[in-house]
Design a protein around this ligand. Structure first.
Ligand code: FES
Ligand code: MG
Length: 592
C-alpha cells in the first residue's frame, strides 16, 4: 500500500473555495448544473471524479459504457466522490474515413482541455475500441491527474457453423475464401456478422483487446479488468470497484506520472509479445510513453519483446477468442507467467496502490490450452522484430502470425535461414492496389513482395491499415494465400498477414519507399534486422532527381491539414511533438 500521507488539496477547490476573489463559479455550478449535486456537496471537499464517456452511437464498440457508467457512478458516490460524466470525441475503427487513426490525436487534444479546464480531481477513462485506449491515457498523462482505466470488454465469442469466428480475423480469412471461389458473398456476410454476437469490442486479440491488455499491464486498470467480456456480470462489478478506487487514488494523489514509468512500459511490451498482440501496439505504446516522458528506443522491441514466446492461444496468432481467455485468467495469468520467468518488472507501482507483483499473486492460468506455461509456449520468439535499411529507418514485423508454411517457403532455405529476396510490386495507396492487383501484366508470382506506400501519417492522412494485402485471386485459387508485404501504413491487429509495417519515414515524408520501383529486388534479413532494396546509390539519386514523387491526396478537412502539419511518424508513435512539453499541466491551475 502507499504510505499514509496528508491528503492533497483538491484542484477542484480552487473553483469553489476562492472566497477572496468572490468567485462566482460555485454559484453558477450550483444553480445551473442541476444533476443531483447539492451546493453543500460541492463545498464539502468531496473529490470530483470525471467519467470520460467514450460510448455513443458513433462509438458502438464502447457503447456498453453508457450502462456501465451507472455502476461507476455508484462506486464513486459510495466512496465519497462526486461523479461528473462527459463525452469524449467518438472513434469507430470500422467506419471512420479516411481512417480512425486520425482521431486518436483529436480525442487526445479534446480530453486534455476537458481535464485541465474543468474542476476535475480524478478521472475514469472508459476504453474499448482501438484508439480509445491510447488517446485517453495520453491525455491523462499530459494533465497528470489521478486516472484509472475501465475497459468495456470484448464481445462474446463468435460462432459460425460450429467454428469460432473472431472479429476481423474472420474477414481477412473469408476474403481469401471469397477470392478462391469457395464461398459466396452471402456466406461472407454471414460469417462476418457471426463474429459480432454482442456488445463489446472486437473479441479476437486485435488492437482493441491488445490495448486494453496494455492498459492493465501498465498498471492503469484493476487486476483482471481488460479481458472480462462486455456482457459478463463481472464487468459491472469492475465498473463499480473502478469508481470506488479512483476516489481513493485521488486521496492518495496517485497520478499517472507515478505509474507510467519506463518499467511499466517494458512490462506492456513484454505482455504484448506473450498475448500475440496487435502490431498497432507499437505506435500506441510509444505515443503513451512519450506523453509520460519515457523515450523508448527502437531496441526495446527486440530486447523486451521479440525474444519472448507466444503464450496466449487467441486469434489471429492462435485459435480461441476472448471468453476463453477471460475464463483462463486473462491478462493477469499471462503476466503471471512473465513474472515467474523473471521477465516482468514486478516492482512497478499500479493503480491499486500496490506493486504489479502483488496484484498478480495467485493469478496462475486455469486453462493450459488457452494460456500456456512459459516453458511450453505456442511459439518461441514471438514479439515484434524491428527492421531497417535503405527503404526506411524503422519498421516492424509481427512474428507471432507468421505461419509454418510461410516460414518454410521464405525463411528456411538451408544456409540462408531467415533471409529472402523478392521482386517488388509497388502500389500507390489502396485504390491503386485494388485496381491493379489482378492485372496479369504485373506477372505476380511467389517471388514477389507486395509494397504499398502513401499509407502513412501524412500520405493517407492518418496511417491506414492497408499493408495486409492479399495475393491476386489467381494465386489464391491455387492455394497460395500469402505473399510477403511491406508498407508505410499499418495493418489491422486482427490480420494474420506476414507484413513489414509502419515503415518510417513514410514515402510522403521522404522515406525510401518513394523511390522504390516495381521490379526492384528487396532483400529481407530477419537475423540482421535489415530490409533493403538492391538498387545502386547512383540510380537512387537519379530517380530522386528526375522522377516525380508519388502522389498523395489533398487534405479534405481542417483537421486533416493540421494533423499532417503537426503529427510525427509511426516510429515515434505518431504524436504531435509540440504537445509533449505540456506534460503535468494540472500542477498549475488554469487562469480564471
Ligand atoms: Fe471497434 Fe474492433 S472495430 S473494437
Ligand atoms: Mg483496427
Amino acid at each position: 500500500m502507499t504510505e499514509a500521507a496528508p491528503r492533497p488539496r483538491l484542484r477542484s477547490r480552487d473553483w469553489f473555495d476562492n472566497v477572496e476573489r468572490m468567485d462566482m463559479t460555485a454559484l453558477y455550478l450550483e444553480r445551473f448544473m442541476n444533476y443531483g449535486v447539492t451546493p453543500e456537496e460541492l463545498r464539502s471537499g468531496k473529490p470530483i471524479i470525471g467519467i470520460a464517456q467514450s460510448g455513443s452511437d458513433l462509438s458502438p464498440c464502447n457503447r456498453i459504457h453508457l450502462d456501465l457508467a451507472k455502476r461507476t457512478r455508484d462506486g464513486i458516490r459510495d466512496a465519497g466522490g462526486i461523479p461528473i460524466e462527459f463525452p469524449v470525441h467518438p472513434i469507430f475503427e470500422n467506419c471512420r474515413r479516411p481512417t480512425a487513426a486520425i482521431d486518436r490525436n483529436l480525442l487526445y487534444l479534446g480530453l486534455v482541455e476537458l481535464l485541465n479546464g474543468y474542476p476535475i480531481d480524478g478521472v475514469v477513462l472508459t476504453t474499448g475500441c482501438d484508439k480509445t485506449t491510447p488517446s485517453q491515457i495520453m491525455a491523462a498523462s499530459t494533465v497528470d491527474i489521478p486516472a484509472i482505466v475501465l475497459s468495456g470488454g470484448p464481445m462474446l465469442d463468435g460462432w459460425h457453423e460450429g467454428e469460432l469466428v473472431g472479429s476481423g480475423t474472420v474477414i481477412w480469412r473469408s476474403r481469401r475464401l471469397l477470392a478462391a471461389g469457395e464461398i459466396d458473398e452471402e456466406e461472407f456476410l454471414d460469417r462476418a456478422c457471426s463474429s459480432a454476437p454482442s456488445a463489446g469490442h472486437c473479441n479476437s486479440m486485435g488492437t482493441a483487446s491488445t490495448m486494453n491488455a496494455v492498459a492493465e499491464a501498465l498498471g492503469l486498470s484493476l487486476t483482471g479488468c481488460a479481458a472480462i467480456p462486455a456482457p459478463y456480470r463481472e464487468r459491472g462489478q469492475y465498473a463499480y470497484r473502478t469508481g470506488q478506487r479512483i476516489v481513493e487514488m485521488v486521496r492518495e494523489d496517485l497520478r499517472p506520472s507515478r505509474i507510467l514509468t519506463r518499467d511499466a512500459f517494458l512490462n506492456a511490451i513484454a505482455t504484448v509479445s506473450v498475448i500475440g498482440g496487435s502490431s498497432n501496439a507499437q505506435p500506441h505504446i510509444v505515443a503513451m510513453a512519450r506523453h509520460a516522458g519515457v523515450e523508448l528506443e527502437p531496441e526495446v522491441w527486440q530486447d523486451h519483446g521479440y525474444d519472448l514466446p507466444l503464450l496466449v492461444n487467441m486469434q489471429p496468432a492462435g485459435r480461441y477468442l476472448g471468453e476463453r481467455f477471460h475464463r483462463a485468467g486473462g491478462v493477469p495469468a499471462a503476466m503471471w507467467e512473465l513474472l515467474r520467468a523473471g521477465k516482468l518488472r514486478g516492482e512497478a507501482l499500479t493503480c491499486t496502490g500496490r506493486r504489479m507483483a502483488d496484484n498478480l499473486d495467485g493469478c496462475e492460468s486455469r486453462d493450459r490450452e488457452m494460456i500456456r506455461p512459459f516453458a511450453d509456449p505456442l511459439m518461441e520468439r514471438a514479439g515484434f522484430l524491428v527492421l531497417k535499411g535503405n527503404l526506411f529507418d524503422f519498421a516492424i514485423l509481427k512474428t507471432s502470425v507468421i505461419s509454418d508454411a510461410f516460414r518454410a517457403r521464405y525463411l528456411s532455405r538451408p544456409g540462408h535461414e531467415g533471409v529472402f529476396e523478392a521482386r517488388a510490386i509497388v502500389f500507390d495507396g489502396s485504390d491503386d492496389y485494388h485496381h491493379r492487383i489482378n492485372d496479369p501484366a504485373l506477372a505476380i508470382d511467389d517471388d514477389c513482395i507486395l509494397v504499398i506506400r502513401g499509407a502513412g501519417v501524412i500520405g493517407w492522412p492518418g496511417s491506414a491499415e492497408v499493408v495486409n494485402m492479399q495475393p491476386p485471386d489467381a494465386m489464391i485459387r491455387e492455394g497460395k494465400m500469402w505473399l510477403p508485404t511491406l508498407g508505410d501504413g499499418r495493418q489491422s491487429g486482427t490480420s494474420d498477414s506476414p507484413s513489414i509495417l509502419n515503415a518510417s519515414p513514410e514515402s510522403a515524408a521522404g522515406g525510401g519507399l518513394a523511390w522504390l520501383r516495381t521490379g526492384d529486388i528487396i532483400r529481407v534479413d530477419l537475423n540482421a534486422g535489415t530490409c533493403d532494396a538492391l538498387v545502386e546509390e547512383g540510380e537512387i539519386e537519379r530517380r530522386l532527381a528526375e522522377e516525380p514523387a508519388p502522389p498523395i491526396p489533398a487534405s479534405a478537412t481542417p483537421w486533416e491539414e493540421l494533423y499532417r502539419e503537426k503529427t510525427g511518424q509511426l516510429a515515434g508513435g505518431a504524436v504531435m511533438d509540440f504537445a509533449l512539453k505540456y506534460r503535468g499541466t494540472s500542477r498549475k491551475l488554469p487562469r480564471h
